[in-house]
Design a protein around this ligand. Structure first.
Ligand code: SF4
Length: 122
Protein backbone atom coordinates (compact mmCIF):
# COMPACT_ATOMS: atom_id res chain seq x y z
CA UNK A 1 0.00 0.00 0.00
CA UNK A 2 1.63 3.28 -1.09
CA UNK A 3 1.48 6.18 1.35
CA UNK A 4 3.40 9.38 2.06
CA UNK A 5 5.17 8.04 5.17
CA UNK A 6 6.35 4.99 3.25
CA UNK A 7 4.73 2.57 5.69
CA UNK A 8 4.09 -1.05 4.82
CA UNK A 9 1.88 -2.51 7.53
CA UNK A 10 3.40 -5.91 8.23
CA UNK A 11 0.36 -7.21 10.04
CA UNK A 12 -2.14 -6.03 7.48
CA UNK A 13 -0.05 -7.58 4.73
CA UNK A 14 -0.31 -10.88 6.62
CA UNK A 15 -4.04 -10.36 7.34
CA UNK A 16 -3.29 -10.45 11.05
CA UNK A 17 -4.49 -8.37 14.01
CA UNK A 18 -4.56 -8.63 17.81
CA UNK A 19 -7.57 -9.50 19.95
CA UNK A 20 -6.87 -9.08 23.65
CA UNK A 21 -8.57 -11.37 26.19
CA UNK A 22 -10.94 -8.52 27.07
CA UNK A 23 -12.10 -8.23 23.45
CA UNK A 24 -10.06 -5.19 22.43
CA UNK A 25 -9.04 -5.31 18.80
CA UNK A 26 -5.69 -3.73 17.90
CA UNK A 27 -3.79 -3.64 14.61
CA UNK A 28 -0.65 -5.45 15.80
CA UNK A 29 1.40 -6.49 18.83
CA UNK A 30 3.60 -3.39 18.53
CA UNK A 31 0.51 -1.26 18.99
CA UNK A 32 -0.94 -3.49 21.70
CA UNK A 33 2.27 -3.37 23.75
CA UNK A 34 2.53 0.38 23.47
CA UNK A 35 -1.13 0.82 24.35
CA UNK A 36 -0.61 -1.30 27.43
CA UNK A 37 2.29 0.93 28.49
CA UNK A 38 0.28 4.09 27.93
CA UNK A 39 -2.56 2.75 30.06
CA UNK A 40 -0.23 1.56 32.80
CA UNK A 41 1.95 4.68 32.81
CA UNK A 42 -0.18 7.62 31.65
CA UNK A 43 2.39 10.02 33.10
CA UNK A 44 5.95 8.86 32.29
CA UNK A 45 7.42 11.31 34.81
CA UNK A 46 5.89 9.19 37.57
CA UNK A 47 7.27 5.85 36.45
CA UNK A 48 9.44 4.46 39.25
CA UNK A 49 13.07 3.63 38.64
CA UNK A 50 13.31 -0.08 37.94
CA UNK A 51 9.93 -0.34 36.24
CA UNK A 52 11.75 0.68 33.06
CA UNK A 53 13.65 -2.56 33.21
CA UNK A 54 10.45 -4.60 33.25
CA UNK A 55 9.23 -3.10 29.99
CA UNK A 56 10.83 -2.32 26.69
CA UNK A 57 13.28 0.43 27.62
CA UNK A 58 13.62 1.57 24.05
CA UNK A 59 9.91 2.17 23.67
CA UNK A 60 9.63 3.71 27.11
CA UNK A 61 12.28 6.23 26.08
CA UNK A 62 9.90 7.84 23.61
CA UNK A 63 8.06 10.93 24.70
CA UNK A 64 4.60 9.64 25.61
CA UNK A 65 2.94 12.91 24.76
CA UNK A 66 4.55 13.94 21.51
CA UNK A 67 2.75 14.14 18.20
CA UNK A 68 3.38 10.47 17.53
CA UNK A 69 0.79 9.55 20.12
CA UNK A 70 -2.21 11.16 18.42
CA UNK A 71 -3.50 7.78 17.30
CA UNK A 72 -2.82 6.13 20.65
CA UNK A 73 -4.78 8.76 22.49
CA UNK A 74 -7.54 8.60 19.90
CA UNK A 75 -7.74 4.82 20.42
CA UNK A 76 -8.06 5.28 24.18
CA UNK A 77 -10.95 7.68 23.55
CA UNK A 78 -12.66 5.05 21.38
CA UNK A 79 -11.98 1.93 23.44
CA UNK A 80 -15.57 0.70 23.47
CA UNK A 81 -15.95 1.11 19.70
CA UNK A 82 -12.98 -1.20 19.18
CA UNK A 83 -14.15 -3.99 21.47
CA UNK A 84 -15.80 -7.19 20.23
CA UNK A 85 -18.34 -6.91 23.03
CA UNK A 86 -19.81 -3.95 21.16
CA UNK A 87 -19.04 -4.41 17.47
CA UNK A 88 -18.24 -7.12 14.98
CA UNK A 89 -14.71 -7.51 13.68
CA UNK A 90 -15.56 -6.16 10.19
CA UNK A 91 -17.28 -3.16 11.79
CA UNK A 92 -14.19 -2.47 13.89
CA UNK A 93 -11.70 -2.93 11.06
CA UNK A 94 -13.70 -0.56 8.86
CA UNK A 95 -14.57 1.77 11.73
CA UNK A 96 -13.55 5.29 12.61
CA UNK A 97 -10.35 4.55 14.46
CA UNK A 98 -8.89 2.07 11.99
CA UNK A 99 -9.57 4.56 9.19
CA UNK A 100 -7.74 7.19 11.24
CA UNK A 101 -4.81 4.77 11.40
CA UNK A 102 -4.81 4.15 7.65
CA UNK A 103 -5.04 7.92 7.00
CA UNK A 104 -2.19 8.62 9.45
CA UNK A 105 0.26 6.87 7.13
CA UNK A 106 -0.19 9.87 4.83
CA UNK A 107 0.29 12.43 7.61
CA UNK A 108 3.70 12.92 9.23
CA UNK A 109 2.04 14.80 12.10
CA UNK A 110 -0.14 11.82 13.02
CA UNK A 111 1.67 8.67 11.98
CA UNK A 112 2.23 6.56 15.13
CA UNK A 113 5.78 6.10 16.36
CA UNK A 114 5.41 2.33 16.31
CA UNK A 115 4.52 2.41 12.61
CA UNK A 116 7.64 4.49 11.88
CA UNK A 117 9.79 2.29 14.08
CA UNK A 118 8.68 -1.11 12.86
CA UNK A 119 7.13 -0.67 9.44
CA UNK A 120 8.66 2.32 7.64
CA UNK A 121 10.58 1.33 4.53
CA UNK A 122 14.11 2.67 4.03
S1 SF4 B 1 3.23 -0.81 13.65
FE1 SF4 B 1 1.70 0.21 12.38
S2 SF4 B 1 2.23 -0.31 10.29
FE2 SF4 B 1 3.34 -1.76 11.63
S3 SF4 B 1 2.04 -3.56 11.81
FE3 SF4 B 1 1.49 -2.17 13.46
S4 SF4 B 1 -0.20 -0.91 12.71
FE4 SF4 B 1 0.79 -1.89 10.95
Amino acid sequence: MANKCNITCKWMEASRYVVNPDGQVLPCCYFANRMSLLQKFPDPKRVKQGEFEVYNAEIMAYDFHNKGEVLMNSYLAQLEDNNLDNRSLPEIMDGKWFNELYDSWDDSDKVPLVCLKYCQND
